[in-house]
Design a protein around this ligand. Structure first.
Ligand code: KG4
Ligand code: ZN
Length: 365
């Protein structure tokens, strides 16, 4: 069964064609992130306007890449929420139009559920990822995206129990905010990861320490706004926040601009490193607490933050200790993409009337 999946919940315009929920025949992702860079976060109107422009070219490209015509598609699928309302509307109306025009069925997909099913997409042959077969239900899924941090017990296809969520900021949102105060670009996660890698753990003495909010509490909930505030306060107290160049900073008087930059870079790397450790510590602890409580043998991840190498390494390492299978989608399939929507559509088959489907910005589990 060939499904064409459309994903326009945030700043991506993406379309994927997937066969039988696993084989990616084509997956095109176009992001408007560069237009949001100077604002340090997504501007909803700008994102939606770009999606209007990009939708048809992206559809054309995915058909061209796969060599598949709309007539050969068995079903169209779309992420109808959660997400930004203007962005969701573009994808939803496009999918409805395609289903009606080509007289095909339409499948509605929860964007978050899509992130989980990205784990069912077969990695490309040359992927460095170890291919581990046999996901065993029940399994624990952690979704860490720009808008959500959700820990889920998945009992089977279509059966999800929400164990815990963030009570304030999502993990990705905090990465973006920290990147902004460190003067880095958007999206912030990959930037913070890059800068954190410049901190040399072996030769440096870690002086910065951030809180690990709710790490030891009884619930499966998360809270990251306190951590965010701690980072912002520390950056501001260093005397060189992102808005100031080294030349303007009092403490760099007497230093050459090269010396000043070296000192600043080292401090920023240490802050990025310790921030990333704090967030990963909490995510590892809560995920494996759920693994123990429910006696599961498989953990899967989804959402943009699941592309983070430190998170992947720490989770994999802990998985070995617990003797459980720890699986990640390929990095490109962790972030928003149309293929994961097509995969979820295949396994869930939530058929809807194309005349009735509406965008649902606050859809949850
Ligand atoms: O799932 P996603 O593509 O979109 C949403 O559904 O929100 O996630 C985007 C989020 C952004 O906050 C971005 O900074 C974060 O994922 N992200 C990362 C990395 N790559 C993307 N966070 C940490 N490390 C990364 N390598
Ligand atoms: Zn997402």
């Amino acid at each position: 069964m060939k499904i064409l999946g459309i994903e326009t919940t945030c700043d991506e315009t993406s379309v994927g064609i997937v066969k039988d929920g696993r084989d990616v025949l084509a997956n095109v992702v176009s992001s408007s992130a560069s237009l949001h860079k100077k604002y340090g976060g997504v501007v909803p109107e700008v994102a939606a306007r770009e999606q209007v422009k990009l939708m048809v070219p992206v559809l054309d490209e995915v058909c061209h890449e796969s060599g598949i015509k709309y007539q050969d598609i068995d079903s169209f699928a779309v992420a109808h929420g959660p997400g930004l309302v203007g962005s969701l509307l573009i994808g939803v109306e496009t999918a409805k139009t395609l289903a009606l025009t080509f007289d095909k069925t339409l499948i509605a997909v929860n964007h978050l559920v899509g992130h989980i099913y990205a784990n069912w997409l077969t990695p490309k042959v040359n992927s460095k990822l170890k291919i581990v077969n046999g996901k065993e239900f029940p399994l624990v899924a952690l979704i860490v995206s720009g808008g959500h941090t959700d820990l889920i017990l998945m009992k089977g296809f279509g059966s999800f129990q929400l164990l815990g969520s963030t009570r304030d900021d999502a993990a990705g949102e905090v990465f973006d905010k920290v990147a902004r105060v460190l003067g880095l670009g958007y999206p912030g996660g990959p930037e913070v990861e890059r800068v954190a890698q410049q901190f040399n753990v072996q030769s440096s003495n870690l002086k910065v320490k951030f809180p690990r909010p709710m790490i030891g509490d009884a619930s499966f909930d998360f809270s990251f706004s306190g951590l965010k505030t701690a980072v912002v306060n520390l950056v501001n107290s260093t005397g060189y926040s992102s808005s100031e160049s080294e030349g303007q900073v009092e403490k760099f008087k007497g230093y050459s601009s090269r010396q000043a930059r070296t000192i600043k870079d080292a401090v920023m790397a240490e802050i990025a490193y310790e921030f990333q450790e704090a967030i990963v510590d909490v995510l590892v602890k809560k995920t494996f607490k759920a693994v123990s409580k429910y006696g599961v043998k498989t953990v899967v991840f989804g959402g943009g933050v699941a592309a983070n190498s430190r998170l992947r390494n720490r989770m994999s390492h802990t998985g070995l200790k617990f003797g459980v299978n720890v699986l990640f989608p390929e990095k490109g399939l962790s972030v928003d993409n149309g293929a994961m929507i097509a995969a979820a559509a295949f396994f869930e088959k939530d058929f809807v009337d194309p005349l009735k489907l509406q965008a649902n910005p606050s859809l949850h589990f």
